[in-house]
Design a protein around this ligand. Structure first.
Ligand SMILES: [Fe+2]
Length: 204
């Protein structure tokens, strides 16, 4: 968001992007603090059995947003849809977190900002591209769909790679190992003289 603020020539967008950047920074701090408190509380609860990180989008470079390559309209459309999705998710999280009022309070606070981000991106998109607003909002999810496909393709490629290696190990390798064992049995133990054409040893 800071990079987007640097790049835009529109004064109002720059101010909004900067505020957005500061909000996201504050959210990161809030989440990190809460996560640290939860980790400290769970330190005695035993080892973690399931890590679901690989299910989540992000962290693989696929979801990186290259601000330089985006037009202001497509950036605003992307931001609007992302903030809308985040607001929807945070709403659910805070609803189900009745048992954890502190984490619920974090989500409630973040949700207020997300609602603002969702609204301002839509308004600004309407201001700078009033006629293309609908098209941009329709077009932006296609990029997300493509990234979802790429994530799936990476997961499938990983699975195929694992299967191919397992087949190599258990099907292709055993015959060679068997042949190597058989030829090993035919070998005489210890040193064996190697006959040369002159009948003399190699170094004589
Ligand atoms: Fe946000």
């Amino acid at each position: 968001m800071s990079r987007a603020a640097e790049l835009t020539a529109d004064g109002l967008l720059r101010r909004l992007f900067l505020r957005h950047a500061l909000d996201e920074q504050r959210h990161a701090t809030l989440f990190a603090e809460r996560a640290r408190a939860l980790l400290a509380a769970a330190a005695n609860a035993g080892p973690v059995r399931f890590e679901g990180n690989w299910l989540a989008p992000g962290e693989r470079g696929l979801d990186d947003l290259r601000v330089e390559q985006q037009s202001p309209e497509s950036l605003l459309a992307f931001l609007h849809l992302s903030e809308k999705a985040a607001a929807g998710r945070f709403q659910i999280y805070q609803e189900v977190l009745a048992a954890d009022p502190q984490t619920r309070a974090v989500f409630r606070e973040v949700l207020r900002d997300e609602a603002f981000h969702m609204t301002y991106t839509d308004k600004q998109l309407g201001r700078i591209a009033p006629r293309r607003r609908g098209w941009r909002l329709w077009q932006a999810p296609l990029g997300r769909l493509w990234k979802a496909y790429l994530r799936l393709a990476v997961a499938v490629a990983g699975a195929i790679g694992t299967v191919a290696l397992l087949v190599q190990y258990f099907v292709l390798l055993p015959p060679f190992a068997l042949l190597a064992k058989r030829s090993q049995r035919r070998e005489l133990p210890g040193w064996a003289p190697v006959p040369t054409s002159s009948g003399k040893g190699q170094y004589r």
